[in-house]
Design a binder for this molecule. Structure first.
Ligand code: ADP
Ligand code: ZN
Ligand code: ZN
Length: 796
């Protein structure tokens, strides 16, 4: 019998980043298991912990403390996830407790309350009732008194762990007698016992034996909770509770059937099939032009996996933006599908997570963090749009879902499919070296050819363009309007924003906390900082020179919308951007509006480029193709190419042909020219040469250190110290760049510097990087903070 548990405690410090031994109290010996969340005493505190090993004896000499209690009746983590957390902590320079927390739904994340308790005897004359939380003490004006009592040692301030998980239930009412018996009861009741007669009547009329309380009270409004209670006392009925999901049930009457695959699809399908059949781990890169039937293949592979009694994990970049993808999976697999994404509430996510744990769902469709879905017996893992940078988490641990997916695929002996029309160079290069198997789809399986892409040279078109719209694009939009077809308009916003500037002296209002100009928001006439949230009214008078000539510069979606409505007065526009999509479910509503053809144009930023599949869209316009090209990021060309290819793929997906107009100042530039024909392979070759010369991925690995502090001098001093520390361990083929200020040097009153490491093998510096991370964990805002990221996707 195991009596000792090794526990990872929720304390983020280097000395504590290892398991501690605790005794399992006998009364919990059946409940506490491998992967359980528990509360343990740690120094003076009570903290949350994860049981990562069970054993009969401790190697420790001293007497062990006992676990206080378990937090759940079932363990939250499987053995596989415990192992995975260990790997993540090591690989991504994080603490184990952070990795385990990342794997669980938010409802299970620990949070702490500070609580006042009497030390020994209560001080009665004060008339204060303890325990009381810090917050309550503040609100009832007792905080000062309590802190004074604490000084005198009369009161203790302790920490308790709050549990946020809640299970939603519904109340059921069940008949306890035969239906016919209620007739006699009814007769025996006095005529003025109105409510009782109504209740008995209700019970006898109900065809089903059990009904929800909600429905019963709704059908018989004169009844109340109290009437049901008295009915229960008279043994007419029983009241019980049942767990329910917060998610709307899926309608699965008409499931879609698999399509007959094209030859190209069939060939790709057949190459993966044996790995499903023989439980073989292999990574496939499925490179297929937009609309080539990748999703249909995913569905059919998953079907095969389900037939074998196994489960499937399907990852998409940001599922809140792609309700269509979810719908396709639900309409093929019905109730077997669980969905996990950021558009759900905490409670909904928790419900879906438990549905997976209970094995009611065998197909999980979700965004990044769904890669930790608690599935057993995984038979296939698929990452759609594998090149998307949203697969990397920007908070600690900075994991990449692709790495985790492959790890899990290895554990389960399951194939992993990476799908994209524009694979990341890293993945494509691995396929080149035969580390991954390459599957290619070059055609659309439908009769549709790829849309015709026109590059509009804005240097020529400028003369007669109206605002942001060139004549050819404008003409095309008007033409669609006439034919009652729809248009998608992309405003490429990477590194682009709208701001105001003084025409007399050139002054641009900047954020007081960050080194960035404030963005103009027309809807509430305010200037906002998109980094720290600072907000102020639009200035009419220049604070620098007093001029009244403050003008708007740049292009935001709101300006484009206004221009378009001036050019074509009766055009109906759905605008999707930072402003219109902040509220929950807003994406979905806007997309539905467009899908139902209540509007003619879908105008938006990057978020509209992916995954949309509307047959009535026959035109895509890109307002400004070039803006992302010259950002300080070695992936700038790759990201531009990907964006243009993706958005072009939105046109002509039904049976009407599609056109794409890309407005650019540099039509001959290869990233733009090659996107015209969705020529990924040529782009790959060109881009690889650049990367080779610049010693960038995929030829080199990269790790980025970001150093920040409230004082610029301090951040810089630490950056140089770290540089010196790393240089001691550096090997021949390693390159260290920096420290240099980040492209936005100050955010929220912290100064940022970065050091970039490029290398072929990380071995010699892994140790020193780990030490740096654990030495510089900021405890409060004044401290220097160092973030270490492997293969960073974002350099801004
Ligand atoms: P992708 O995921 O590569 O963008 P999809 O799987 O969404 O491609 O397929 C694009 C369109 O082609 C969809 O409307 C889909 O239903 C259709 N399609 C896919 N495979 C076939 C096939 N074998 N036969 C007919 N239509 C197909
Ligand atoms: Zn001025
Ligand atoms: Zn700011």
């Amino acid at each position: 019998m195991a009596e000792i548990a090794e526990v990872i405690v929720d304390v983020k410090a280097r000395q504590v980043n290892r398991p501690f031994d605790y005794l399992i109290p006998p009364e919990y010996s059946d409940t506490i298991a491998l992967g359980s969340r528990v509360i343990v005493p740690f120094g003076p505190r009570k903290v949350q912990g994860f049981v990562v090993r069970l054993k009969a004896q401790s190697e420790k000499e001293q007497t062990l403390k006992e676990i206080l209690y378990p937090m759940d009746s079932e363990p939250s983590l499987s053995e596989e996830l415990i192992q995975l957390g260990r790997f993540m902590a090591d690989h991504y320079f994080a603490f184990m407790t952070q990795c385990y927390e990342t794997m669980l739904p938010n409802a299970l994340k620990s949070s702490y309350d500070r609580v006042f308790e009497w030390h020994n005897e209560p001080v009665k004359e004060l008339n204060i009732h303890l325990p009381m939380t810090w917050q309550d003490a503040q609100q009832t004006n007792s905080l000062k008194t309590l802190l004074a009592l604490k000084k005198d040692n009369k009161v203790l301030l302790t920490t308790i762990v709050k549990d946020k998980k809640t299970v939603k239930t519904e109340t059921l009412v069940t008949r306890s007698l035969k239906r016919s018996q209620y007739k006699d009861i009814f007769e025996s009741l006095r005529p003025n016992a109105k409510k009782q007669r109504e209740l008995v009547m209700a019970l006898s009329l109900q065809t089903a034996k059990t009904i929800t309380k909600e429905a019963l009270l709704k059908n018989y409004p004169i009844l109340t909770q109290a009437d049901l209670k008295s009915g229960e006392e008279k043994d007419w009925l029983t009241i019980s509770k049942r767990e329910v999901s917060r998610m709307k049930p899926i309608e699965s009457d008409h499931l879609t059937r698999p399509l007959v695959l094209s030859n190209e699809q069939q060939e790709a399908y057949n190459r993966v099939l044996p790995t499903i059949e023989h439980n073989e781990h292999r990574v496939f890169l499925l490179e297929g032009v937009t609309g080539s039937g990748k999703t249909e293949l995913y569905l059919q592979w998953i079907q095969e996996v389900l037939k074998k009694g196994k489960t499937a994990l399907m990852l998409v970049p940001e599922i809140a933006l792609t309700p269509q993808m979810t719908a396709r999976f639900q309409s093929r697999f019905g109730k077997k599908v669980a969905v996990l994404h950021s558009g759900l509430s905490k409670g909904e996510r928790f419900d879906e997570w438990r549905k997976i744990k209970r094995k009611e769902a065998t197909v999980v469709v979700g965004a990044r963090s769904a890669v930790f879905a608690p599935l057993d017996y995984i038979g296939i893992i698929i990452l759609d749009e594998e090149h998307e940078s949203s697969y990397q988490q920007s908070e600690v641990p900075h994991y990449h879902a692709r790495d985790i997916a492959i790890r899990r695929g290895q554990y389960h002996d399951a194939p992993v499919i990476l799908g994209s029309a524009t694979p990341s160079l890293e993945s494509r290069a691995r396929a080149q070296k035969k580390v991954y198997d390459l599957l290619q789809l070059k055609h659309r399986p439908t009769k549709q050819s790829l849309p015709e892409v026109h590059l509009v040279d804005m240097r020529d078109a400028l003369l007669d363009s109206e605002g942001h719209f060139s004549q050819p694009l404008l003409k095309a939009i008007k033409d669609r309007l006439k034919k009652e077809e729809q248009t998608v308009l992309l405003l490429n916003r990477r590194g682009f924003s709208s701001y105001i500037m003084c025409r007399s002296c050139g002054h641009v209002p900047m954020c007081p906390n960050c080194d960035i100009s404030l963005t103009l928001h027309l809807d509430d006439h305010s200037l906002k900082c998109h980094y720290c949230g600072h907000q102020e009214p639009v200035q009419k008078v220049c604070p620098q020179c007093g001029s009244h000539d403050m003008r708007y510069v740049g292009s935001g979606t709101q300006q484009i919308e206004r221009e378009l409505k001036q050019l074509i007065p009766d055009i109906r526009v759905t605008r999707m951007d930072w402003d219109t999509t902040r509220k929950k479910n807003q994406h979905q509503h806007l997309l539905e509006e467009f899908a139902d053809h209540r509007t003619d144009v879908l105008l938006g930023t990057q978020m509209i480029a992916k995954g949309l599949d509307y047959p009535n869209v026959t035109l895509v316009g890109v307002i400004n193709a070039d803006t992302g090209l010259y950002l300080p990021d070695f992936r700038a060309f790759e990201k531009t190419f990907q964006l243009l290819t993706q958005v072009s793929g939105r046109a002509g997906r039904g049976d009407k042909p599609g056109d794409v107009y890309i407005q650019t100042y540099d039509p001959s530039f290869y990233a733009i020219r090659l996107a015209k024909n969705q020529d990924y392979e040529t782009f790959y070759e060109r881009e690889m040469q650049l990367r080779y010369r610049g010693k960038y991925p995929p030829f080199y690995y990269t790790t980025l250190l970001s150093i920040s502090a409230p004082l610029e001098q301090e951040a810089l001093r630490v950056s140089y110290r770290l540089k010196a520390q790393i240089e001691k361990h550096i090997s021949e083929d390693m390159i260290l760049l920096g420290p240099s200020p980040k492209s936005i040097a100050r955010i929220n009153n912290r100064y940022y510097f970065q050091i970039l490491l490029k290398y072929k093998k990380i071995d010699c510096i892994e140790g020193v990087l780990k030490k740096i991370v654990s030495d510089t964990q900021a405890k409060n805002k004044q401290d220097v903070y160092v973030k270490v990221e492997r293969e960073p996707q974002n350099f801004m």
